[in-house]
Design a protein around this ligand. Structure first.
Ligand code: OGA
Ligand code: MN
Length: 284
């Protein structure tokens, strides 16, 4: 079957039509999907049905898995998969993280070698709400005035998982504290604010919701600076909003996109998703 690539937005994103992700992709099929991913930043596959094994197998084609630092929302027996969900088990314990990613971010930017990409599979979705917004950081970089490109290229942002965790915990009140071990595993790290994509050679702005400081800048000033940059990067012309259908698989490139989950009525509806994450390189 021939594969069709259909753009989702003027700036980035594409739907890939004609691929069944539950089956191993042939070399040519894989090359087409890989190219689409590098060219479009996020790719969407509709009407998929994936077991955890099939999901992991597709993910592994792009690189080794990154295991999430927080252990309780990993899928039992499949630590490579995290559960984004408001479902609960028979004892009323959450099966996954209900309020995942409700702020602009690039997954695992708090690691010394942040994630290459993430593959989110929608098992069950609410009839309204719960969309995910994506922003192209290539498009945002390209739109910067030349002198701003130059000044940002000299700067580094500090990324820290724990600061974000506790901020979200205070907001929604549904997150438990991190364990001591989880905190020790995620010390602050810093990355260049402008990074060059290792595979497509384009530059992007790389900050987002785990960046909690700027090297050499006072904290108050840094937070304001990062907020302003966030506002610039998430202007409507750089943003695609994905309205999920059950069976959707979205594979985003964390090196050149950010994303932001939106709310839904979690009392009335279920939103249940599985995510794999692919290890990436040190940003340069
Ligand atoms: C994630 C995430 C967004 C969403 O899984 O990385 O941020 O809309 N989720 O569930
Ligand atoms: Mn995320």
């Amino acid at each position: 079957m021939t594969i069709e690539i259909r753009p989702l937005h003027d700036a980035f994103g594409a739907e890939v039509i004609g691929v069944d992700l539950s089956q191993p992709l042939g070399a040519e099929e894989f090359a087409t999907v890989h190219r689409a991913h590098l060219d479009h930043g996020i790719i969407l596959f509709r009407d998929q049905t994936l077991t955890p094994e099939q999901h992991k197998a597709f993910s592994r084609r792009f690189g080794p898995p990154e295991i999430h630092v927080v252990s309780w929302y990993r899928l039992p027996d499949h630590p490579e998969i995290i559960v984004v969900s408001n479902k609960k088990d028979a004892e009323g314990r959450p099966l996954g993280l209900e309020d995942a990613g409700r702020y602009w971010h690039s997954d695992m930017s708090y690691l010394p070698t942040p994630a290459l990409g993430s593959i989110l599979y929608a098992v069950e979705v609410p009839p309204t709400g719960g969309a995910t917004m994506f922003a192209s950081m290539h498009a945002a970089f390209d739109a910067l005035p030349p002198e701003r490109k130059e000044s940002l290229a000299k700067m580094r942002a500090v990324h820290h998982f724990g600061s974000r965790w506790y901020r979200e915990k205070d907001k929604a009140g549904i997150r438990p504290p991190m364990t001591k071990e989880e905190e020790e595993k995620t010390p602050p790290v810093d990355h260049p604010i402008i990074r060059t994509h290792p595979e497509n050679g384009r530059k992007s702005i790389y900050t987002g919701g785990f960046s909690m400081g700027v090297v050499g800048m006072a904290q108050d000033e840094a937070l304001e600076f990062l907020d302003d940059l966030d506002a610039f990067m998430t202007q409507p012309q750089f943003v695609y909003t994905h309205e999920w259908r059950a069976g959707d698989v979205v594979f985003w490139d964390n090196r050149c996109t950010m994303h932001h989950a939106t709310v839904y009525d979690a009392q009335k509806h279920t939103r249940h998703m599985h995510r794999t994450t692919i290890k990436g390189d040190k940003p340069v």
